[in-house]
Write a protein that binds this ligand. Sequence first.
Ligand SMILES: O=C(CO)COP(=O)(O)O
Length: 255
Amino acid sequence: MRKPFVAGNWKMHGSKAMIASLINDLSRAWQQGDKVDVAVCPPFVYIDYVQRTLNNPAIKVGAQNMAAEPEYGAFTGEVSAPMLKEFDCRYVILGHSERRSLFGEDDDLIARKVEVALNARLTPILCVGETLEERDAGITEQVIERQLQAVIDRVGGDAFADIVVAYEPVWAIGTGKTASPEQAQAVHAFIRDKIRLLSAEAADDMIIQYGGSVKPGNAMELFSQPDIDGGLIGGASLVADDFLAICNAAATAKG
Ligand SMILES: O=C(CO)COP(=O)(O)O
């Protein structure tokens, strides 16, 4: 049985005041850590503050990005895997569509980052997903396949037992448009089947999150799908009650 996993991607949001309130509320109210893994992914500068404010060992911390260079060096503005480890990060989001489209990150760079994260024993949350044009052109599966293949070529299929994949259709991110549970399930099954060709064990173990306008009102029907193992939550993860409702929905749907 896979343990569901819900993570909050705060993107470029937050302040000390907002985080103190959000993390205190989450720490107090989250009680289903035996059923669902939960993490929050703040901007780099707030990671230490979140760790020091957290008062609930069932809530873990992740980063939103990471350098492809494994150690230290002259890479202005970058943050390395060992730095994230030193601040007790468990996860790192890699290949988010905003990194791909706004900051020019390509499949090869993202695959290198996944390898660096795995070597540092950070769990990558590898984001994949198609744009609306690609969906309309009927090439959703080809796009997902290409994004996955770059990572497979670098780390192999077995490694997916230690990788979280987040399927985030670009057209559903921050738009209020969610993929229907059936649309999302079809892509999740496609992803799992692709990994199954390489490693049945990794396919059975791997967590595949759905991301894109997940809200308390639609979380339950999404998480009830057999291959949707949780969610990567943007906007709703900034509101304690909404994020908690989504985490609790994962516990109920998979319970
Ligand atoms: O990009 C996302 C999470 O990584 C999804 O964002 P929203 O939940 O705001 O649509």
